[in-house]
Design a protein around this ligand. Structure first.
Ligand SMILES: [Zn+2]
Length: 414
């Protein structure tokens, strides 16, 4: 019975599965995969070199220059740094249709941060060492492996080391590439390497909306002018409401007041207070909902402060400004890019899962361009903190998985 079943399975094997297996049997593919494995130490060294070049968001220039040199070294053609600061390098296929493979240049740290990398046992430490120096090093490893193995693809592949993924960068690098850049008309698919776990394939873009809320009031002496509305007190009233906001676990929805500033002295009624709010949800409708709640909390907070200090006949006002907007969305599970990524993860020995995150893929997804964010290998933790760490064991498998995803997808392109 068992035999019959498996025979049946064999007979019914869809054509695509056989084609996938053929892909793994191809000499050039084997050669490229072997090259990635053999270059493990080299890729790690390149990751460390990249990580040590500081690249806070809006200050990616030095790292971009380095990547441009590296893009030329690994044999990419027509290497350039575009108007936005993205580094582009091409590997031409038979078609003009272009598959974009990207990793981001910027790190989520302020200028002046020490990016020195250190090692303790099997663990390496450095701000941005995984996020996203691993992705950048993997870009080089993949381009080099493809050239060494003389791999040919139908689609053209555009390698991109992009700016502006983190924080207030608000995806400005990938946004430019897809919405304004000179090559936008030919860009068909997108992979961002911005994870490490090859088993986690991000197909859903968590939506993010960020606000700067600024409260302004009359100010005055804390004792002599007591009774006037206070900008910091107002901010407190708003934040208090936010802190109690109820959000669903599923779709995952979050809020955070991450930075606050204001006031001039302990004995002055604060004239100004501003704070930054980060709202996220895997569901666009839910994101709209909590955005409205934030705006309502601001209105209620201002009203409460002005009411409490009505006798002064003075008032505070609040201004809200959007400082970040990353659209939510999802590449359908049935899309051939997602299917290729799942297959590649399995082919490299992983048990893949589809996930949600906020990454550069949000942008192409919002434009209807199939996009996934993949891990280029290794383990990591403490992302966006100075104690960010990375463990490179078997990291090459993640890089192989990304290359196989491209090749698998490409083999199905007509
Ligand atoms: Zn990242």
């Amino acid at each position: 019975m068992r035999l019959a079943l498996s025979l049946l399975a064999l007979v019914c094997l869809p054509l695509s599965v056989r084609a996938q297996d053929q892909l793994l049997q191809r000499d050039d593919v084997k050669k490229a995969l072997a090259y990635i494995e053999a270059s493990h130490e080299k890729t790690l060294a390149s990751q460390v070199t990249i990580a040590e070049i500081p690249a806070p968001t809006f200050h990616e220039g030095e790292r971009a220059k380095y990547m441009a040199t590296e893009f030329r070294r690994v044999g990419l053609s027509r290497v350039e740094i575009d108007k936005q600061g993205n580094v582009l390098g091409w590997r031409d296929g038979d078609m003009k249709d272009t598959f974009v493979l990207a990793a981001h240049l910027d790190i989520a740290f302020e200028p002046g941060v020490s990016t020195k990398v250190r090692k303790e046992g099997a663990r390496w430490f450095g701000p941005g060492l995984r996020d996203d120096s691993r992705g950048l090093a993997a870009l080089l490893a993949i381009a080099e492996a493809m050239n060494q193995a003389k791999l040919k693809t139908r689609q053209t592949i555009l390698f991109v080391a992009n700016v502006g993924e983190e924080g207030l960068g608000d995806l400005n690098g990938i946004r430019y590439l897809f919405k304004e850049g000179p090559y936008r008309a030919n860009l068909r698919e997108f992979i961002s390497m911005d994870q490490s776990d090859p088993a986690s394939i991000v197909t859903g873009g968590t939506g993010v909306k960020r606000y700067l809320v600024t409260v302004r009031g009359p100010g005055g002496h804390s004792y002599a002018a007591f009774g006037r509305p206070n900008a910091i007190h107002t901010a407190g009233r708003v934040i208090d409401q936010l802190a109690d906001m109820e959000v669903p676990k599923n779709p995952k929805t979050t809020f955070n007041v991450g930075r606050i500033s204001g006031g001039t002295s302990v004995n002055a009624i604060a004239e100004e207070c501003s704070f930054e709010v980060d709202l996220r949800s895997d569901d666009p409708g839910m994101l709209d909902k909590i955005e409205l709640k934030l705006l309502e909390a601001v209105r209620v907070g201002v009203e409460a402060e002005n009411k409490a200090r009505a006798e002064s006949k003075m008032s505070v006002k609040a201004e809200t400004k959007v400082i970040g907007d990353r659209p939510a969305g999802r590449t359908p599970d049935s899309n051939s890019l997602v299917q290729a990524a799942l297959w590649a993860a399995k082919a490299t020995g992983h048990t893949p899962e589809l996930a949600f995150s906020s990454t550069d893929s949000n942008l192409p997804i919002s434009l209807g361009v199939p996009a996934v964010t993949m891990g280029s290998g290794g383990k990591y933790g403490d992302q966006h903190s100075r104690t960010e760490w990375y463990e490179p064991e078997n990291a090459w498998k993640g890089t192989q998985s990304v290359l196989l995803t491209i090749l698998r997808f490409d083999s199905g392109v007509r």
